[in-house]
Design a protein around this ligand. Structure first.
Ligand code: ADP
Length: 167
């Protein structure tokens, strides 16, 4: 069984995934290691081979729970847990990462407009949403673990960054 841990870059997916007691499959690593069509000249990053990824993930699936970690992992799972982060917090994390102002703006807009959440709702049978703002990685991981263990449900619709971002 594969559960996607998704969200805008910088929301804490990688950090949180590695605090969970499950195998973690890094979608971006699979793309870097060959499941790509080379660099997309418009975006300046690797163009993922989505069909190849889907096939590889089917091969890797088992009865054990695995976490698919990455900002488009929700394309490959029936169940997604979406991490959210207030844009003002996300901005400083992406600045620390050395992203260009354009790339920061693009990601902040995507977070403010719920782009990943909306896609996850479109692709997945079940979606949970966690606001990571003001929570430590361990606190977020504990919520993810409770959701996966069936002890907690966090339905989408808990955050609204529009006022903060555009207001
Ligand atoms: P993602 O995988 O979603 O791109 P990362 O896990 O790489 O995000 O986290 C981005 C940065 O934010 C890292 O420097 C990480 O240490 C930090 N970080 C992640 N989660 C938290 C949190 N809950 N509180 C504070 N800092 C965090």
């Amino acid at each position: 069984m594969q559960i996607a841990l998704t969200g805008t870059p910088g929301t804490g997916k990688t950090t949180v995934a590695h605090l969970l007691p499950y195998r973690v499959i890094d979608i971006n690593a699979l793309v870097r290691e060959g499941l790509n069509f080379g660099t997309d000249p418009k975006r300046g990053c690797l163009e993922a081979d989505m069909d190849g990824l889907a096939e590889r993930l089917v091969e890797m699936d088992s009865d054990q729970i695995s976490i698919l970690e990455g900002h488009f992992s929700h394309h490959f799972a029936q169940w997604s847990i979406v991490l959210r982060l207030a844009p003002r917090k996300l901005e400083s994390r992406l600045e620390e990462r050395g992203y260009s102002p354009e790339k920061i703006r693009e990601n902040l807009e995507a977070e403010a407009l719920d782009v990943i959440l909306v896609e996850a709702v479109e692709y997945c049978q079940r979606v949970d949403e966690i606001d990571a703002t003001g929570r430590t990685p361990q606190e977020v991981a504990d919520l993810v673990a409770k959701i996966i263990e069936g002890k907690l449900v966090m339905p989408p619709g808990q955050v609204d960054w529009l006022e903060e971002f555009f207001g």
